[in-house]
Design a binder for this molecule. Structure first.
Ligand code: ASP
Length: 450
């Protein structure tokens, strides 16, 4: 059994968190590959090291003194070094960073130093081998990860008996230059390594007990999801749930490697297990029909009506092409007999929406065209929705009972989620009333892990 264990920023924020990581890693021999983020916040007022590094770079760029910010970073690492009595020579590391900053150094190099230093220190603390991500995570010039090259590089280091610590978030281009991923990218690093070494499990250690059924900022004390499929998680994260980087699913999905979201501060909690298929467990456990409820505010709906629109060939294509020319992505296209609607993000369309409508009007010649702003989309996600009769009736009934007007409904044929469009003002109410009646009141014990 081999596991890849990735620890997020809050799991490595200070010396106390480092000791928790050590306990977890040493508890199982199988936790051979350890991937770390840069130190995160220790409190609400504190700052993530990566944010500070970006800030330093901006200061360098505009010729403003960055020393006070760099000093904050330095202090954080020295505090960990001193408390844990680590041997790492931080003076040399920071001298090198300062040298580069003076020369208006490369941004990717500068911001990658958070992960680099955290991994160096963690390797020291765990008495493990440090492997620099620049030597194993290889990008092509188009930004894609060159998995074959990663495989070859990892083969060199994977055979050792020692545990291996790797910084997340960055890799290198064919010319050796460092390239960072998008924010939160350490999740992807862990997933790539899990794929390449054919890990049995990819553990993603955070500061929450897995993925919650609904956003804890909106719903009081939500349950965590025990099991979920990759496909359900994709729906949830696209619609707003963000425990894990979106892109981290693909490398593990390809090899059907289970992904376990766990809490460094409560390692006994089983967290959320993300699998290719939950069928085997669902037969025994009968989880709730809804796995998760998630959503986003801030959409606009452009509705076009025209008699016989459904029998006219190519109208929808023309409309989609026009929207595409504005570089706007369409979230949903509910269609009727003589009308259809285009749902777009209000923010993305800002400043261009009336121009877009004028063009739609001119080219499609509709009988009417209008726009509704302030729309929210809420997704009810669940693998058990498929072939489950009567659920949407109950769901819509509940929204009606709560005086919530549904502006649009969309459900794809795979039946993995039902998405409703409601007014922004009803957003919290929608999520809460469905959570209360379909999750909180449910008798299914399997979700009640707490
Ligand atoms: N440190 C980086 C960030 O803050 C990457 C990561 O944490 O995964 O986005």
């Amino acid at each position: 059994m081999i596991k890849v264990a990735k620890f997020g920023g809050s799991s490595v924020a200070d010396a106390t968190q480092f000791t928790k990581v050590k306990k977890i890693v040493e508890a199982e021999k199988s936790r051979k590959f350890v991937v770390v983020s840069a130190c995160g916040k220790t409190s609400k007022e504190d700052h993530k090291v990566t944010d500070l590094l970006y800030l330093c770079h901006a200061h360098v760029k505009y010729g403003v003194d960055y020393e006070p910010i760099l000093k904050m970073i330095e202090d954080k690492y020295y505090a960990i070094k001193n408390e844990l009595q680590l041997g790492i020579n931080l003076d040399d590391e920071f001298a090198q960073i300062r040298k580069l900053m003076k020369k208006d150094g490369d941004i990717d190099y500068i911001v990658s130093r958070g992960e680099y230093l955290t991994a160096r220190m963690m390797a020291d603390y765990l008495n493990a081998t440090f492997v620099d991500a620049k030597d194993i995570i290889h990008f092509s010039y188009d930004g894609a990860v060159d998995m074959e090259k990663v495989r070859k590089s990892l083969a060199f280091v994977a055979n050792s008996d020692r545990k291996i610590v790797i910084p997340g978030f960055y890799g290198s281009l064919p010319n050796g230059k460092i390239k960072v991923m998008s924010r939160g990218g350490s999740d992807i690093t862990g997933a790539i390594i899990a794929n390449v070494i054919d890990a049995d499990i990819y553990e993603n250690w955070t500061d929450v007990p897995g993925i919650m059924v609904a956003d804890p900022r909106l719903v009081n004390d939500p349950l965590s999801i025990k099991r979920i499929t990759y496909a359900e998680l994709r729906e949830m994260s696209y619609m707003g749930a963000n425990v894990l980087h979106d892109e981290a699913i693909f490398p593990v999905k390809e090899k059907k490697i289970p992904l376990n979201i766990l809490n460094t501060n409560d390692p006994k909690h089983p967290g959320t297990m993300i699998l290719d298929s939950c069928d085997e467990y669902d037969l025994k456990e009968k989880p709730p029909v809804l796995s998760g409820i998630t959503g986003r505010k801030g959409f606009s709906v452009i509705s076009l009506a025209k008699s016989h629109i459904s029998s006219e060939v190519g109208v929808l294509k023309k409309a989609l092409d026009i929207v595409a020319n504005y570089g706007l992505s369409i979230e949903s296209v509910p269609t009727g007999i003589d009308s259809f609607s285009l749902v777009v993000s209000t923010q993305a369309a800002k400043g261009r929406i009336y121009e877009l409508m004028a063009e739609l009007k001119e080219k499609l010649n509709p009988d009417s065209i209008n726009i509704i702003d302030d729309l929210s989309l809420v997704a009810f996600v669940g693998r058990r929705l498929k072939n489950y009769k009567g659920f949407s009736g109950k769901l819509f009934g509940e929204l009606g009972n709560n005086d919530i007007n549904i502006r649009l409904i969309s459900q794809t044929a795979d039946e993995i989620s039902i998405v409703v469009g409601i007014e922004n003002k009803d957003f919290e109410k929608t999520i809460n009333c469905i959570y209360d009646s379909f999750i909180r009141e449910t008798s299914y014990e399997s979700v009640k892990q707490k």
